[in-house]
Design a protein around this ligand. Structure first.
Ligand code: APR
Length: 276
């Protein structure tokens, strides 16, 4: 299909959708100057993943891991949201307005909107938001752009967690001291991010799955779609015959289930899909 036709089709799908679920990956922040993981010259190219992004690597050499995360904090700090982040924030607002006009049920934002008590099955029996942004990114650029209902699947580079008492804190200098200590119990702090071999928090999993199961349109942007469970959410939607729109520089495992695939830069394509 010619790209202009695909853009028209994607635009129509987005306009008509009542509940949108979005999954973003490192590609959406590439135009903000943040390295992706698997593209040429990507973050993993200079580092062995098992050294800097696994619990075992941290136990072996926490100084190396903290140097790596300090460098990531510095590059995230100087980055600004790009047109793709800003468009998603605009889309969230548009969907909220649209739902108010039609008095569509909306829940508030942020964590804990689900039944969140550990007893629920998290499969859409509770009302879900009209717009949910699932991101694998830890850079905080979606929130900086104005998105509010953001589910950080892999944590946040701006949060740190005590390895002993579990206290999560945010107010730290951009560059933390190598081997930072917990203010409550003096044990070693670690980045509050999900490393390879670690599980996602159950509340996060519930919220993400609920959004994937409740949406009537799924938008996937800038992810290689090979890391699970993140990559399974668009597939869940597609299984329910929900249209999936994908934006990426290249085809991915999601392409096969996509109603529309747009090949190109997110910062250039996404603004074409959402009217001012
Ligand atoms: N616009 C759209 N897509 C882009 C752009 C761009 N400007 N630049 C790169 N991409 C695409 C690439 O084609 C690639 O498919 O973004 C994707 C980036 O893939 P990855 O580097 O694998 O990043 P991601 O999918 O977010 O990785 C998932 O893996 O290493 C872990 O925890 C880490 O959250 C990360 C997870």
């Amino acid at each position: 299909m010619a790209q202009s036709k695909s853009i028209t089709q994607a635009k129509k799908l987005l306009k008509e959708a009542k509940k949108v679920c979005v999954l973003t990956g490192a590609g959406i922040s590439a135009e903000s100057g943040i390295k992706t993981f698997r593209d040429a010259g990507g973050l993993w190219e200079d580092h062995a993943v098992e050294d800097v992004a696994t619990p075992e690597g941290f136990t072996r050499d926490p100084k190396l891991v903290w140097r790596f995360y300090n460098a990531r904090r510095k590059s995230a700090d100087v980055a600004a949201p790009n047109a793709a982040h800003l468009t998603l924030a605009r889309l969230e607002l548009a969907k909220q307005r649209q739902s108010k006009q039609k008095s569509y049920p909306v829940l508030g934002h942020g964590e804990g909107n689900g039944n969140g008590n550990g007893n629920g099955n998290g499969t859409g029996h509770h009302k879900s938001a009209v717009f949910t942004l699932l991101t694998q990114n830890i850079d905080g650029l979606h929130q900086q752009a104005g998105s509010t209902n953001v589910v950080e699947l892999h944590g946040s580079i701006w949060k740190v967690r005590c390895t002993k008492c579990g206290l999560i804190t945010t107010d730290h200098p951009i560059e933390l001291p190598i081997l930072p200590k917990c203010e409550a119990c003096s044990a070693l702090l670690r980045p509050h991010v999900v490393w390879f071999g670690e599980n996602l928090e159950s509340e996060i999993l519930e919220k993400a799955e609920a959004a994937a199961l409740a949406c009537d349109l799924f938008l996937v942007i800038g992810t290689s779609a090979i890391v699970h469970p993140a990559a399974s959410y668009p597939l869940l939607a597609a299984q329910r015959k929900v249209p999936v729109i994908e934006i990426n520089l290249e085809n991915t495992p999601v392409t096969a289930v996509s109603a529309v695939t747009l090949l190109g830069k997110a910062g250039e394509l996404l603004p074409k899909l959402v009217s001012e």
